[in-house]
Design a protein around this ligand. Structure first.
Ligand SMILES: NC(=O)c1ccc[n+]([C@@H]2O[C@H](COP(=O)([O-])OP(=O)(O)OC[C@H]3O[C@@H](n4cnc5c(N)ncnc54)[C@H](OP(=O)(O)O)[C@@H]3O)[C@@H](O)[C@H]2O)c1
Length: 284
């Protein structure tokens, strides 16, 4: 009995359970907001290379300068700017090519770039619906598909590569309605969650695990317009079951978990990061 209890309590090197020592990471939409919070977490957990991509080169470079100044990253670790428009397949192909110049593999892909659009039902534009679906769903699929060979290169059953997709609680519940309704966004995030489940089953045997995160409101450039329309950050924070909005370390903690050995039996899951907001909707 004592031997059995001992075997069950002796975890295999607990100290390294959340470590990302030496891992190579690609982050789409990494120049600000949730992507930048994640980049900071990956580097501070030990990643050796973090490729930051978004459309604007100057924004990517600025983000990399801030990340490279982090005091507690691994010695020699680097954030590298590789601008690309995730919505354009040629740009994603170019991104893979550029990344390949400085690494022969990728361990973690954070498919995070996304867009939203708010407009009432009767005038909700076809072009906006298409733009949101393209970036939030099709480009996520294309990015994962085109990075799969690099993700597979170093992956093993014991140390699988990871794909993390940024969805939203708008993809689990109902998104914003009325004057600033986000029909395309909500549908796109539901699709992103389900796409991730399909890819988990398809890519699991290739030792690539796929999971999504579903954040509630985190102050960011994208979220600020909708937050203002809903009464502002303070009011929204008070209305949340845990009394606050999302913080950078909520994102960092979740993605480091999913990317580390601690998360290596998690495949096809969707982790909500919303302080309970999803379950408080429709309260009487
Ligand atoms: N903040 C929230 O409350 C919240 C909640 C749930 C889910 N999310 C999701 O979180 C993700 C990040 O959003 P965020 O709040 O961090 O917004 P954000 O601060 O506005 O950041 C968006 C990032 O995506 C990049 N981007 C936009 N379009 C792109 C494209 N076509 N190709 C490549 N990069 C592109 C932006 O850089 P460039 O402009 O340089 O391209 C930027 O780096 C999105 O998928 C969003 O739907 C956010």
């Amino acid at each position: 009995m004592a031997a059995e209890a001992k075997a069950q309590t002796e975890l295999n090197d607990f100290k390294s359970l959340f470590s990302l020592e030496g891992k190579v990471v690609v982050i789409t939409g990494g120049s600000r907001g949730l992507g930048l919070h994640a980049a900071s977490g990956f580097l501070q957990a030990g990643a050796s290379k973090v490729y930051i991509t978004s459309r604007k080169a100057a924004a990517c470079e600025q983000a990399c300068a801030a990340l490279n100044a982090l005091p507690n990253k691994r010695p020699g670790a680097q954030a590298i700017s590789v601008p690309a428009d995730s919505a354009k397949i040629a740009d994603v192909e170019g991104l893979v090519k550029k990344v390949k110049e400085t690494t022969d593999h990728v361990d973690i892909l954070f498919a995070n770039a996304g867009a939203t659009w708010g407009e009432k039902f009767d005038t909700h534009p076809d072009s906006a619906f298409a733009k949101v679906m393209d970036l939030n769903v099709k480009s996520v699929f294309n990015t994962i598909r085109l990075f799969a060979p690099l993700l597979q290169n170093n992956a093993t059953m014991e140390d699988p590569s990871r794909v993390i997709v940024t969805a939203s609680i708008a993809g689990l519940g109902v998104g914003s309605l009325g004057e600033n309704a986000t029909f395309g966004y909500s549908a796109s995030k539901a699709a992103a969650i389900h796409l991730t489940r399909n890819l988990a089953v398809e890519l699991g045997p290739r030792h690539i695990l796929c999971n999504s995160i579903a954040p509630g409101f985190f102050p960011s450039k994208m979220a600020s317009g909708l937050m203002d329309l809903q009464g502002g950050a303070e009011k929204m924070a008070q209305g949340n079951p845990n009394g606050r909005l999302g913080r950078p370390e909520d994102i960092a903690g979740a993605v480091v978990y999913l990317a580390s050995r601690a998360g290596s039996h998690c495949n096809g899951a969707c982790i909500t990061l919303d302080g309970g907001a999803l379950w408080s909707r429709g309260r009487l």
